[in-house]
Design a binder for this molecule. Structure first.
Ligand SMILES: [Zn+2]
Length: 150
């Protein structure tokens, strides 16, 4: 028996839309290079959708790149403030996504890395630049220090 309790129907027309519990859901197929993702079917409205549609990546107001970057930083052990500064989003946003991702952050990150080889090292490059700026600001003190402590 598949545990579908963390999923819900993604069809906004459906009366079970957003209702977690999974009683109306069944697995109707698998996809992905290793068949690692399930296709789910809602018995109520007969809609089919990917299980990934229930993850923080879907329905997000942020671009996927940004969400991925947030999750990567969290997975690497960056704090909320630091992640927000490095990615360029408000720390409340980081909090929200880290809470959404929860214990799955690591897993989500691994999945993303496994399926998204594009732009390798983009995050790393950006981080180096930010660190360079920060290091300079810390050396010179003054306004840079205030910015770094924001
Ligand atoms: Zn439905």
């Amino acid at each position: 028996m598949e545990d579908l309790s963390r999923f819900c129907c993604q069809n906004s027309e459906c009366r079970d839309y957003g209702q977690r519990g999974g009683e109306n859901l069944s697995v109707c197929g698998r996809y992905g290079a290793n068949k690692q993702w399930r296709m789910l079917r809602c018995r109520t409205c007969k809609a089919r959708f990917s299980e990934r549609k229930g993850t923080p990546l879907f329905g997000s107001v942020l671009p996927e790149e940004t969400v991925r970057s947030i999750l990567e930083h969290i997975a690497e052990g960056c704090g909320v403030r630091e992640t927000g500064r490095l990615v360029g989003v408000h720390r409340d946003t980081v909090m929200r996504y880290s809470r959404l991702a929860g214990d799955h952050a690591r897993k989500v990150h691994d999945e993303l890395v496994a399926v998204s080889p594009r732009d390798p090292g983009g995050t790393v490059r950006r981080k180096v630049v930010v660190r360079g700026k920060k290091a300079k600001a810390l050396r010179s003190g003054g306004p840079g220090r205030r910015q770094a402590g924001r």
